[in-house]
Design a protein. Structure first.
Length: 115
């Protein structure tokens, strides 16, 4: 409502460009953070500096998301597999590769770039 009305407000959480909200991530990455609405514009609220171990995990996951997006835009299976390789949450890489291949095959009509 604040955004449409041009008034100030706050959203508890929203996916926005990082800007300087999470210092440990590049500004162009998409992050889910609290947001202020000021003068009809969204401004990600800066978060406190993260502990180094947490910052590293967040960087890794952000890198994985970036690779997934690049793979989707380019239709590049090698980039998609690299995202699987780098994802610390995926323990069984071979099963993940097989799932990726099945998903791309099942949705070939929606993902023609991967054909």
């Amino acid at each position: 409502m604040s955004l449409a009305a041009g008034s100030d407000g706050r959203l508890d959480i929203l996916n926005v460009a990082n800007g300087h909200a999470i210092q440990e991530l590049p500004p162009e990455r998409i992050v889910e953070v609290p947001v202020r609405v000021r003068g009809g514009k969204l401004e990600a609220e800066p978060l406190p500096e993260l502990p180094p171990a947490l910052a590293e995990v967040i960087r890794q996951l952000s890198d994985v998301h970036e690779l997934v997006a690049q793979a989707a835009v380019a239709g590049d299976r090698k980039l998609a597999r690299k995202a699987v390789d780098l994802d610390p949450a995926i323990e069984d890489k071979e099963t993940a590769y097989a799932a990726l291949d099945r998903m791309l095959e099942a949705h070939a009509d929606l993902l023609p770039a991967f054909a």
